[in-house]
Design a protein around this ligand. Structure first.
Ligand code: GTP
Ligand code: SPV
Ligand code: MN
Length: 590
């Protein structure tokens, strides 16, 4: 026992009485203790030690075959009133849910160990910091939380006697998909996850706490929890400007956060610095601007497609002390995934643990296979990463995978219109969640699976932040789309490092240094203002024009679809500012 905090002790006793573990181990965050646990997990096969020469400190992990992504249909927000969870969340009465869960958890840790993990989201003791304790029967969860969050005994010191921590209970139970539940009780600051061992369902500091619960805290306390990367663009004169960007799961946040500028930009002295790749907590600073921190401490990144070519900073982040989940395991104790290079290994095991023959056409790594890497490993980690105040935002970006509709980039007319752009984001679904892949759905602010309350109230919170007297200089809001395709389905825009060309236009707009064209949907670049130097062969003037074209008929259909969406989810609470924006859009398209 490392604390006398009664709220902590009483709750742990209660959870132990329910789950009945053979023993309880208090995690202190030390490397010695973590190494002991890894050794134990090597014996049971829960973890596999990787090649210590090539990948020092790295381990391999497989989750169960039916347990490889977030389960949105089994994720619940159990607030008192159903109408407060809104139409985008599953809801059940809290008492009824507790009753059902208690039966599932009852005795689920018999013969197992319960680990007590004290962790902080953002820097312990900082104004942004929020504390949590996760109880789990999985060593994989312990070692993952130790990478993804700040785990340590200083959390108990910072907490003192306060009951103000987020309670998280995770039990693997039988990994029965029919009894898998990821449940949030916002009014009890409690998260309960059972019958899963997949990252997003069980690393409770991440989506469950830092987005679903934190979005409720942000609404009540006047700040924002968003599914956003944070990056800094350094100009040749040394000035750094910060941007946050929300793209849905597996739609490019990690890649943009670690962008390497094209050669011409590098020669001129441009650099990009990573502050975060998935989650941003944002609040007004003393200067009237919005300041953002990354509450996490590591990257839980999509493996497939990550290569020394597409994202060398991510690759280099995974060369030590990293956990690889559901990728290909090579006979030499290293790892591989589709898109890493063009040489699929022979004699390797696929993500299921079966001998894998690349020639048979099957995928070796699961499309949602992931790496869990310490942020410290990242070569382009921002020097502000550890700044408890965070960084001031010049721009916020929204975007998604849209094959047609959305142009490469456009700017909102003002904050409320920017909220409209975020509220109406649509994107093709990906392998990050179970269910069909490639289906276009509305994903407001890329937060659809992560908003802990009614989506329309969440939009209202965004509108309210825009007129908060503490905020005197708001970031400018933009929409980007790296995924527009031609008629054969090829991407029109090279993306990745070349996205720097779009960031440059965005920051010039923020500085008032470049004009724009007013269009029915917002401000768009003049084609000559997007720098194509060095990619003229790949992106012709005609291609750029196409990327910056909006088809009126397509947009009329889009506006109609937005109206349907607003009707479905508004439930009489749709902020007037958003319905006004929709009317303006419809009129502009006439
Ligand atoms: P989560 O961790 O699930 O939240 O995902 P993410 O938003 O961080 O996505 P990530 O950066 O991992 O990218 C997911 C997939 O999109 C990868 O397969 C990338 O190769 C691909 N991708 C990322 N950026 C671009 C881009 O600019 N253009 C294209 N065409 N693909 C991209
Ligand atoms: C996402 O799906 O947006 C992720 C991975 O970042 S998970 O932690 O599973 O949510
Ligand atoms: Mn994410």
């Amino acid at each position: 026992m490392y604390t006398n905090n009664q709220a902590v002790l009483t709750w742990i006793d209660k959870m132990a009485a329910l789950t009945k573990p053979d023993k309880i181990v208090w995690i202190n965050g030390s490397e010695e203790q973590l190494e002991e646990l890894r050794q134990e997990a090597y014996k049971t096969g829960e973890l596999i030690k990787l090649n210590g020469e090539e990948l020092p400190g790295c381990v391999y992990h497989r989750s169960a075959l039916n347990d490889v992504a977030r389960v949105e249909d089994r994720t619940f927000i159990c607030c008192e009133k159903k109408e407060d969870a809104g139409p985008t969340n599953n809801w059940m009465d809290p008492a009824q849910m507790h009753k059902m869960l208690d039966e599932i958890y009852d005795g689920s840790m018999k013969g197992r160990t319960m680990y007590v993990i004290p962790y902080s989201m953002s820097i312990v003791g900082s104004p942004f910091a929020k504390y949590g304790i996760e109880l789990t029967d999985s060593i994989y969860v312990v070692v993952s939380m130790a990478i993804m969050t700040r785990v340590g005994l200083d959390v108990y010191d910072a907490l003192g006697d306060s009951p103000d921590f987020i309670k998280g209970l995770h039990a693997k139970a039988d990994l029965d998909a029919e009894k898998r539940y990821i449940v949030h009780f916002p009014q009890e600051n409690t998260i309960m996850s059972v019958n899963s061992g997949y990252g997003g369902n069980v690393l409770l500091g991440k989506k469950c706490f830092a987005l679903r619960i934190a979005s409720c805290l942000g609404r009540d306390e006047g700040w924002m929890a968003e599914h956003m990367l944070i990056l800094g663009v350094e100009f040749p004169n040394g000035e750094i400007h910060y941007i946050s960007a929300a793209f849905p799961s597996a739609c490019g946040k990690t890649n943009l956060a670690m962008l390497i500028p094209p050669e011409g930009y590098q020669k001129a002295g441009y650099k990009v610095w990573t502050v975060g790749d998935d989650i941003a907590w944002i609040r007004p600073g003393p200067d009237g601007r919005l300041w953002a921190v990354n509450p996490e401490n590591g990257f839980f990144g999509v493996a497939p497609g990550t290569s020394m070519k597409s994202n060398p900073n991510a690759m280099l982040s995974t060369r030590k002390n990293t956990i690889f989940t559901n990728v290909v395991l090579k006979p030499d104790g290293t790892v591989w995934w589709e898109g890493m290079d063009k040489n699929p290994p022979k004699g390797a095991l696929n993500w299921k643990g079966e001998p894998w023959d690349p020639a048979d056409g099957s995928k070796g790594a699961h499309p949602n296979s992931r790496f869990t890497a310490p942020a410290r490993n990242c070569p382009c980690l921002s020097k502000e990463y550890d700044n408890p105040q965070g960084v001031p935002l010049d721009a916020m970006l929204f975007g998604g995978r849209r094959a047609k509709t959305a142009p490469l980039v456009y700017q909102s007319r003002d904050w409320n219109h920017g909220v409209f752009l975020g509220a109406t984001v649509a994107s093709e679904t990906t392998a990050a969640a179970t269910g069909a892949v490639g289906v276009v759905r509305r994903d407001p602010m890329s937060m659809r699976p992560f908003i802990g309350y009614h989506v329309a109230d969440y939009w209202q919170h965004w509108i309210d932040m825009g007129r908060d007297p503490r905020v005197t200089k708001l970031p400018k809001i933009f929409h980007v789309n790296w995924f527009r395709t031609d008629d054969e389905g090829h991407f029109l825009w090279p993306g990745f490092g070349d996205n720097m060309r779009v960031l440059e236009w965005i920051l010039k707009r923020c500085a008032g240094e470049v004009d724009a064209v007013e269009t029915p949907i917002g401000y768009m670049p003049r084609p000559e203002d997007i720098n194509l130097a060095g990619i003229e062969d790949e992106v012709s003037e005609d291609t750029l024009k196409e990327l910056l074209t909006i088809d009126k008929d397509v947009w009329k259909a889009e506006a109609a679809d937005i109206r349907t969406f607003f009707d479905q989810v508004g439930e009489g609470k749709l902020p007037k500012e958003l319905s006004d924006c929709l009317e303006t859009l419809e009129n502009n398209l006439k």
